[in-house]
Design a protein around this ligand. Structure first.
Ligand code: PLP
Length: 387
């Protein structure tokens, strides 16, 4: 089976993990900070805070942004459920902004309309979370300008987009946001097995994230509010969590991040070949606006909705693990029970109806991709013949 995504593990990655296993310290050792420094360098942010998952990174970023009971968080329906769930962990309420049909990321026009209405209704959001879907940066300049005008903080969900660029700036430089969140799950751009990262330029936010990641406890005498009893002393100052990344995982992440450029280059080359080979098939293909460079986490084509399910089954039977990104969050039973209904975010719903994610990962060979392209061509012809 050719999957839609998978990790690329080199011997150097394995050696890095084994070295930690042979060392005295498996967690809270020296490798975590080394990974954080490398991640900060790769994203262009001043600080990188590593945590146990992308979901934990979203949770802590929202908390550090001051989100709590009574806060309002807006994101897009075209994302993984974790983007919205993390707001509920904080006790906030969630609403969605529809996407742009071409970029499949938050539509600035929809955001502007929704903000005008929310201002009239007295329910402006505290936090706006655009998602860099498939690795393509959202329209950050426009979103950030709107957020600033209405007093909302911006956190970027860049779980797909490590290694992407907006102009000359890497995603994660936080030019338009307070914090940017990444996932280190094996299907994402680099992996630590599981893991997440928050990038920020704000030293106070970084300190808050570090406190919350480890039970709300500090061991730094400079941060203590009580007189320090002695060298064993620590203070709990907030309700935190155990969201730490182990040194075992950090070693994998550190080894992987050295190949970030090569990973994104290979993904970009594979995407360019799909662009060329699929151009005549009548499918909607992903488009990258001028000035942006996608990390190409996903290659999502827009298949005619009437035959999408059939196409997915036929491709899987041929050994091609195509997938669908995403079932709009607001259509999940959990979110319908919170007042959402079909028809509310029509662009995200139309995108879902035709979405088909093709295999895309650094180790996808030219031959495997050729096989995928040939199968897609044959399937499109069969669909046309049946019409
Ligand atoms: C993967 C992902 C997450 C969650 O990351 P985990 O590391 O799996 O917890 C959140 N948002 C988006 C858009 C994702 O793709």
């Amino acid at each position: 089976m050719i999957p839609y995504g998978r990790q690329d593990i080199a011997e150097a990655d394995i050696a890095a993990v084994v070295a930690v296993l042979r060392s005295d310290v498996l967690t809270q050792g020296p490798v975590g900070p080394r990974f954080e420094a490398a991640a900060a360098a790769a994203t262009g942010a001043a600080h990188g805070v590593a945590v146990s998952s992308g979901t934990a990174a979203l949770h802590l970023a929202y908390l550090a942004a001051g989100i709590g009971p009574g806060s309002r968080v807006w994101t897009v329906p075209n994302s993984f459920v974790a983007t919205a769930n993390a707001a509920l962990y904080c006790g906030a309420t969630v609403d969605f902004v529809d996407i742009d049909p071409v970029t499949r990321t938050m539509a600035p026009a929809a955001l502007a309309l929704k903000l005008e209405q929310a201002e009239r209704d007295g329910c402006l959001p505290d936090l706006i979370v655009p998602v860099h879907f498939a690795g393509l940066p959202a329209a950050m300049a426009e979103i950030a300008a709107l957020a600033a005008r209405y007093g909302a903080t911006v956190v970027e969900d860049a779980c797909h987009a490590l290694g992407a660029h907006d102009g000359a700036a890497p995603v994660g430089a936080c030019s338009y946001s307070a914090m940017t969140v990444f996932s280190l799950h094996p299907v994402k751009i680099i992996t630590a097995g599981e893991g997440g990262l928050v990038a920020t330029n704000d030293a106070r936010l970084a300190a808050r994230l570090r406190l919350l990641r480890s039970h709300g406890i500090t061991r730094d005498p400079a941060e203590m509010t009580l007189p320090c009893d002695g060298p064993w002393f620590y203070e709990q100052q907030a309700l935190g969590f155990n969201y730490r990344l182990t040194d075992i995982q950090a070693a994998l992440g550190l080894s992987q991040i050295g190949r970030l450029g090569a990973f994104v280059a290979r993904r970009t080359a594979l995407a360019a070949r799909y662009d060329r080979a699929l151009a005549g098939l009548g499918l909607g293909l992903p488009r990258v606006p001028a000035g942006l460079a996608s990390a190409w986490h996903l290659y999502v084509v827009d298949w005619p909705p009437a035959s999408r399910a059939e196409a997915l089954v036929a491709l899987r039977q041929a050994g091609i693990g195509v997938n669908v990104h995403y079932i709009p969050i607001h259509l999940q039973p959990f979110w319908r029970a919170r007042g959402f209904a079909p028809g509310q975010f029509p662009v995200a719903e139309r995108h879902y109806a035709g979405a088909l994610s093709l295999p895309l990962y650094p180790r996808l060979s030219d031959d495997e991709q050729g096989f995928v392209i040939a199968q897609l061509g044959a399937l499109c012809q069969a669909v046309k013949a049946a019409e």
